[in-house]
Design a protein. Sequence first.
Length: 282
Amino acid sequence: MRPVTEWEESDLDELHRGEIMESLTLEYKDSRVLDNKVYQQGELFKDVSAFANSAGGILIFGMKESGHLPTGTDDGVDPSKIKREWLENILTSNIQPKIENLLIKQVILTSKATGNVAYVLDIPQAKSRSPHQGPEHKYYKRYNFKADPMEDYEVRDLMRRGIEYGRKYGAALDFYVEVARLCSASGARAAAGSASLDANRAIIGVSPDLRTAGSVLVLMSPYLRKSVAEMIMKVDAYNSGVEARGGVNIILDSSARDQLLQIRTLGDEICTHLQVILDQEP
C-alpha cells in the first residue's frame, strides 16, 4: 500500500478489488455523511478521535461497503462545497488536544467525470498528547469496527503512556545533543594527530546530567542503556590516560587516537538509534 500522500482513485479501487476488510485501522464511510449535520456534530469527532486513541489508521469517505467489505467508490462530494480546509478546521477545532500530523488527502474520482472527490484521513496514533476527546468531552477507542467509549482505566493508561512518551522524547533529545557533542569533541582531538595539545583542552568533559541519567535511561532500549554507559566509560578511560601523561602540553599517541575513534564510532551509533525516537515527533 502506497503512502496516503500519493493516493489516487486507483488506490481506492485496489482496496475494492483486493476485498480489504474494515479493521481496527481501516474504515469506509459513504461520502454523503460529510454533508450530514448530525454526523458533523458528533460522530465525525468520535470516529477520528477513536482512531487516534487506538492504533491510528485510515478513514475513507467515499467508499461503499457491505459486511465490512468495500463494494466500490460512491459518487464522492463536491470539493467546492466540502473543502479540505473546512474538514481540517472543524477537526482541529473540536478534538482536544489537537491531533498532530493528521493528514487529509483529497482524491479526485476521475472515473465519475463530475469533479467530485473522496476524502482519505490518515490518522496517527496518539503519543505524548493523548488521549483525544471530542466536543462532548468523552473519550473513544476503536473496537469491533466502531468507536466505543473508553473505560476509566483505559483513559488513565493512555495518559500515563503519553507522559512516559513525552519523557522519553525529551530524554532522547537531551542524550542526542550531549552524545553528538562528545562525538564532535573526540573527532576533533583525534584529527589533531601528532600535534601538541594543551593537556586541559585534550580532556573531554562529560556533563553531570549524562552521568546521572539513570531515571530516564530506563525508558530507553537495552541497547541504548548499555551503549550510553559504555561511551561514558570509554571517555573516562581516555581522560585517565591523558591525565596520567602529566605535563602542560601532550601529544596523543596512536593508542589515545584509537580510543577517540572508538568513542566517535559508538557515539554515532547511539545518535542513529536516538534519531529514530526523535523522528516520531510527539
